[in-house]
Design a protein around this ligand. Structure first.
Ligand code: NAD
Length: 251
């Protein structure tokens, strides 16, 4: 018996074309879910679907690329999914960008850009998913925070600011939606070896590694496993949690 069985569950994973999102797509497919991955462009969605067709032939996976910062576009995408599959059981708000510039170099549009995706898009996803989940008797919303939401970082202050907002939204919606049997949790990854971290200069990566008790960066699969646990019935009484997956980095 697979205690993480998700057979027949319908899951939307934003930013599912690569990195942590793609690892979550793979885990969820392997546990029997029907997955709709969201990407920023049709081209990257098609590429991800082609890779999955190779690695998991016959897997029940589809792709879409609504503008996540547009509440109406997200609502319309979810409506299409419900029309086709009859329900929406799990939403993983994973799409995000990071920033590393100094405050002195920030342009107003930089701050607007990160808030648009890391906060507004997460709100839009929750806003569109909650009524569907309430009507069907429950569901699970998982947000992607970051260890720096809890401790800050020396530059790129828009990023921890956006993730702190994600924590606030997660805890608030856990309180508000619990009575509707909708669980809302977040995963707070530490330094996870994806494109986002590969893009950092070596001068950043080295001291980061030295500060991690587990002495390795996280993998996308480490984070995907936390999503899987929180989405499964094994976490049936877990809501409002910000689960750190950071190798003990920020105890
Ligand atoms: P990544 O850059 O590899 O992937 C980001 C995903 O977001 C991609 O699928 C991309 O298509 C999507 N995306 C980017 N801009 C988008 C837009 N405007 N509209 C729709 N989708 C868009 O990053 P990752 O490391 O896999 O990060 C995934 C999540 O984990 C993010 O929310 C990130 O903040 C968070 N996180 C990552 C780390 C890390 O160390 N990698 C640490 C903490 C938190």
């Amino acid at each position: 018996m697979n205690v993480f069985d998700l057979t027949g569950k319908v899951a939307v994973i934003t930013g599912g074309t690569r990195g942590i999102g793609m690892a979550a797509v793979e885990r969820f497919l392997d546990c029997g879910a029907i997955v709709i991955l969201f990407g920023s462009r049709q081209e990257t969605v098609d590429k991800a679907l082609a890779a999955l067709a190779q690695s998991r032939p016959g897997a029940k996976v589809e792709g879409m690329c609504p503008n996540l910062s547009d509440a109406e576009a997200v609502k319309a995408a979810f409506a299409r999914i419900v029309e086709e599959h009859g329900r929406l059981d799990v939403l993983i708000n994973n799409a995000g960008i990071s920033q590393s510039q100094s405050l002195y170099d920030y342009k107003p549009e930089d701050f607007a850009k990160i808030m648009d995706l890391n906060v507004k898009a997460v709100f839009n996803g929750c806003y569109a998913a909650a009524p569907i989940m309430k009507q069907q008797g429950g569901g699970v919303i998982l947000n992607t925070s970051s260890m720096v939401s809890l401790y800050g970082q020396r530059s790129g202050s828009g990023y921890p600011t956006s993730k702190y907002a994600v924590n606030g939204l997660t805890k608030s919606l856990a309180r508000e939606l619990g009575p509707d049997n909708i669980r809302v949790n977040a995963v707070a990854p530490g330094v996870t070896d994806t494109d986002m971290v590969a893009a950092l200069p070596e001068a950043y990566r080295k001291p980061m590694l030295a500060a991690i008790p587990m002495r390795r960066f996280g993998t996308a699969e480490d984070v995907a496993n936390a999503f899987l646990y929180l989405a499964s019935d094994m976490a049936a009484y877990v809501t409002g949690a910000i689960l750190s997956v950071d190798g003990g980095c920020m105890m």
